[in-house]
Ligand binder design. Structure first.
Ligand SMILES: [Zn+2]
Length: 155
């Protein structure tokens, strides 16, 4: 049984050094990809979507060779995919897992959906407070607009 399953498993090439983002909901894998800005990046990226996952149904995975994520990028991932896992790979082995955790104060990375908000009119860095993780809700510290995950546009 185990042998049969192993054969049918889809293989995504392992990376020697870099970062693996796993357990991404399939439908937002490209959003995560975009925030990593692949155009600015010369190394190999392996991306797979719609992989079967017992826990999630379908999932996506992104493997970035020779690339570390900034804390800002991990925070963005946490907002879009709070159950994603981020692992640092050294010599084909997981060296460290980065905890993906939605910050209580979300600064700079999310744009306010209220067109009249001061953060959309002036050069003010956005600040949102986390109201609830599930269902996801954050509130703008300036105009008090509440936003769900679907309203979110990242800066
Ligand atoms: Zn606002």
């Amino acid at each position: 049984m185990a042998k049969y399953q192993a054969k049918r498993e889809i293989k995504i090439p392992a990376i020697k050094d870099g970062t693996v983002i796993d357990h991404i909901p399939s439908r937002i894998t490209f959003k995560i990809m975009r925030l990593i800005d692949p155009q600015e990046y010369n190394h190999t990226i392996n991306l797979a979507l719609n992989l079967n996952s017992k826990k999630m149904g379908k999932k996506g995975i992104i493997k970035l060779s020779s690339r570390k994520l900034t804390q800002d990028e991990v925070n963005k991932i946490s907002i879009l995919a709070p159950n994603a896992t981020v692992s640092i790979i050294r010599d084909y082995a997981v060296k460290k897992k980065i905890e993906v955790k939605i910050p209580r104060l979300i600064e700079k990375i999310v744009r306010c959906s209220n067109p009249n908000c001061i953060t959309n009119a002036e050069d003010v860095r956005t600040r949102f407070s986390l109201v609830s993780k599930e269902p996801f809700s954050i509130r703008c510290n300036y105009c008090e607009r509440a936003m769900s995950r679907d309203d979110i546009k990242l800066n």
